[in-house]
Design a protein around this ligand. Structure first.
Ligand SMILES: NC(=O)c1ccc[n+]([C@@H]2O[C@H](COP(=O)([O-])OP(=O)(O)OC[C@H]3O[C@@H](n4cnc5c(N)ncnc54)[C@H](OP(=O)(O)O)[C@@H]3O)[C@@H](O)[C@H]2O)c1
Length: 263
C-alpha cells in the first residue's frame, strides 16, 4: 500500500535502497538528495565532513525522504567489508533486509598531483579513492545488490581527454571507465547495469580555486557548448535516470555530462 501511494506520488525509486559514497558534499550530496526525492532510502557516506553529512540527512528527512549517514575512509580498502556490515545493520533495521538496489561510487579526493610534484604516496592515495575503492565497493556490494540493480560510477571527461596538469587523476578516471566496461559484462547476467557518468566542470569545492580565477572560468565557459559551469543537480539528473526503470537498457556506457565541453 505504501508503495502504491508513493508511486501515485511519482516516486520512481519507491521501495529501493541506495548507497552514495562521498554524499556529504558536492556532486554526491546532490545525487543523494535527488535519489531520496525520487523515493529511495539513501545511505550517505562521509569521511571528514560528518556535520555536512548529518545536514544532508536532515535536509532529506525534512523534505519527506529517508536517509542515514555512514563513515567511510575509502583510502583504506580493507575497511570496506566493515562498512558494508554497518550498511547491512542500518538497512535491515529500516527495511527488514540488507538488499541494496543502487550503488553510486562518487567519492573523490582532491590534491590532483602533477608530474613534477607527485610522490608514490600521493599517487597511491589518489588511485585508492578514485579507482581501487569503486572496485572493492562493488566486490562487497555484489552479494547485497538486487538482480536488476544499478552501479553508477562518477568519472570525468579527463579520462579520455586528459589534462597535462592532472595526469594521475586522469589515469584514475580512465581506470574507472574500464572497470565499468568489465563489470557490465560480469554483472549483466543478473540484469545489473553498470555505467560511468563522465562529469564535466561542475561547481563544487573540488574546483573552488579554479572558479576564483575569472580568466579560467571564461575559458571553460567558452569551451562549453552550453556556455556555463555545471551545477551538481545537472549530474544528479543523469544519475537519477540511470537509477530508474527508464534507464534499464543502458549499460556498459560512459555517458558524458559536461554541457558539451570541447577540449
Ligand atoms: N566537480 C567537478 O568539476 C568534477 C568533474 C569531474 C568529475 N568529478 C568527480 O565527481 C566526484 C565528486 O566530486 P565533487 O566535485 O563533488 O568533490 P567534493 O565536493 O570535493 O566532494 C568529495 C566527496 O568525496 C568524499 N571523500 C573525499 N575523500 C574521501 C575519502 N578518503 N574517503 C571517503 N570519502 C572521501 C568527501 O567526503 P568528506 O567531505 O566527508 O571528507 C566528499 O563527500 C569525484 O569522483 C570527482 O572526481 C567532479
Amino acid at each position: 500500500m505504501a508503495q502504491e501511494n508513493e508511486l501515485k506520488n511519482g516516486k520512481v525509486l519507491a521501495n529501493t535502497t541506495a548507497l552514495v559514497t562521498g554524499g556529504s558534499r558536492g556532486i554526491g550530496r546532490a545525487i543523494a538528495e535527488r535519489l531520496a526525492a525520487d523515493g529511495a532510502l539513501v545511505a550517505v557516506t562521509y569521511n571528514a565532513s560528518k556535520d555536512a553529512a548529518e545536514e544532508v540527512v536532515a535536509g532529506i528527512e525534512q523534505a519527506g525522504g529517508k536517509a542515514f549517514a555512514l563513515f567511510a575512509d575509502l583510502v583504506n580498502a580493507s575497511a570496506i567489508p566493515a562498512l558494508f556490515e554497518q550498511l547491512d545493520t542500518e538497512l535491515t533495521s529500516r527495511t527488514g533486509s540488507n538488499v541494496l538496489h543502487i550503488l553510486v561510487n562518487n567519492a573523490g579526493n582532491s590534491g590532483w598531483g602533477g608530474l613534477a610534484d607527485a610522490t608514490p604516496e600521493s599517487f597511491d592515495t589518489m588511485f585508492a579513492v578514485h579507482a581501487r575503492a569503486p572496485f572493492f565497493m562493488t566486490q562487497a556490494a555484489q552479494s547485497r545488490l538486487s538482480d536488476g540493480g544499478r552501479i553508477i560510477n562518477i568519472s570525468s571527461g579527463l579520462a579520455t581527454r586528459p589534462l597535462p596538469m592532472v595526469p594521475i587523476y586522469s589515469m584514475a578516471k580512465a581506470a574507472i571507465n574500464t572497470l565499468t566496461h568489465a563489470l557490465a559484462m560480469e554483472l549483466g547476467k543478473r540484469g545489473i547495469t553498470v555505467n560511468s557518468v563522465a562529469t564535466g566542470w561542475t561547481k563544487t569545492d573540488m574546483n573552488a580555486a579554479v572558479r576564483e580565477n575569472s580568466d579560467m572560468v571564461k575559458s571553460i565557459e567558452a569551451d562549453t557548448s552550453l556556455g556555463r559551469f555545471g551545477e551538481t543537480s545537472d549530474i544528479a539528473s543523469v544519475v537519477a535516470f540511470l537509477a530508474s526503470h527508464e534507464g534499464r537498457w543502458v549499460t556498459a556506457q560512459v555517458i558524458e555530462a559536461s554541457g558539451g565541453y570541447r577540449l
